[in-house]
Design a protein around this ligand. Structure first.
Ligand SMILES: O=P(O)(O)OC[C@@H](O)[C@@H](O)c1c[nH]c2ccccc12
Length: 259
C-alpha cells in the first residue's frame, strides 16, 4: 500500500488533518535537507513535499524562486534529490511527494524518472505544468511504479475538476487562489465554498495549499479540507534556522488538532 494512503487512513480514524510542509531540496545541503525532513515529521508533519529546483519555476513566488536559485547554485541535480530521499528512507517512512516541473521529468525520461523515484522511496509527484496530453503516459508510468500523480485544481477549474481528478490517487491538491505560490495575509472568502464543491466531486482526500502561512489561516480552513500544504512560510524559516521551522510546524499542528 502506498504510504500516502496509509497516512490518510490513519488520520481518518483519529479524525485528524494532514500537515504537509514543502521544502526545497538542496537549498540546505542534501544531508541537512534529509535531516530536516526527519525533524519536520517529529514536529507534526504527516507528509513532506520536496521541491526539485528548476531554473524557470513559473508557478512560484519570490521565496521559492530564490530558494530554487540557491539550490541550483549549490549544484543540486535530480540525482541529488533521489539521494536525499534515499537518506530520508534510512530514518523515516514519512510519505515523500516530489514537486517537479515537467521539463525535468521529460529530460530524464518519464519511465526512467518514475522507476528511480520508486526505487528511492518517493510516494507521489506533483507536476504543476503538466500538459493534459502528456498526462496519460505519466499516469501509466506512475501506476506501474506505484507512485501517485497528485492532481492540482484551482478555483477556476470548475467543470474541469472531474476530468482533472479522474483516476488519480492519494489526494487532490486544491490551490486556494489563482496566481503563484507565496504567503497571503488572508485567503479569498469563497475558499470554503470552493472546497465544498471539490469535496462533492471527488472521492479521495482534499488538501489546500497556496498562501497558508499562519495559525490563523489554518484555523479558518481546517474544517473544510483533509489537510493543509505550507510552502513559502516554511522555506522562509528553513533558511534562518531548523529550530524555527520546527516550532512553526508544532504551532500549526496544535491548531489542526484543536477540535
Ligand atoms: O508557498 P505556498 O503559498 O505556501 O504554497 C505551497 C507551495 O509552496 C508548494 O506546494 C509548491 C511549491 N511550488 C509549487 C508550484 C505549484 C504548486 C504548488 C507548489
Amino acid at each position: 500500500m502506498n504510504r500516502i494512503d496509509q497516512v490518510f487512513d490513519r488520520l481518518k480514524v483519529r479524525k485528524e488533518k494532514a500537515l504537509i510542509p514543502f521544502i526545497t531540496c538542496g537549498d540546505l545541503s542534501i544531508e541537512d535537507t534529509a535531516e530536516l525532513v526527519v525533524k519536520l515529521e517529529a514536529s507534526g508533519a504527516n507528509i513532506v513535499e520536496i521541491g526539485v529546483p528548476f531554473s524557470d519555476p513559473l508557478a512560484d513566488g519570490k521565496v521559492i524562486q530564490e530558494s530554487y536559485s540557491r539550490a541550483l547554485k549549490n549544484g543540486t541535480k535530480v540525482k541529488d534529490v533521489f539521494r536525499c530521499v534515499e537518506l530520508i528512507r534510512k530514518k523515516s517512512q514519512v510519505p515523500v511527494i516530489l514537486m517537479i516541473y515537467f521539463n525535468v521529468v521529460f529530460c530524464r525520461g518519464v519511465d526512467l524518472f518514475l522507476q528511480e523515484a520508486k526505487k528511492n522511496g518517493v510516494d507521489g509527484i506533483i507536476i504543476p505544468d503538466l500538459p493534459l496530453e502528456e498526462r496519460k503516459e505519466i499516469i501509466e508510468s506512475c501506476e506501474n511504479n506505484c507512485v501517485y500523480l497528485i492532481p492540482l485544481v484551482a478555483p477556476t477549474s470548475k467543470e474541469r475538476i472531474k476530468s482533472i481528478t479522474q483516476g488519480t490517487k492519494g489526494f487532490v491538491y486544491c490551490v486556494s487562489s489563482n496566481g503563484i505560490t507565496g504567503e497571503r495575509s488572508q485567503l479569498n472568502k469563497e475558499v470554503n465554498e470552493y472546497l465544498d464543491t471539490v469535496k462533492e466531486l471527488v472521492e479521495i482526500p482534499i488538501c489546500l495549499g497556496f498562501g497558508i502561512s499562519s495559525r490563523e489561516v489554518v484555523k479558518e480552513v481546517k474544517a473544510y479540507c483533509d489537510g493543509v500544504i505550507v510552502g513559502s512560510a516554511v522555506v522562509k524559516r528553513m533558511v534562518k534556522s531548523k529550530k524555527e521551522v520546527c516550532s512553526f510546524l508544532e504551532e500549526l499542528r496544535e491548531e489542526l488538532d484543536l477540535k
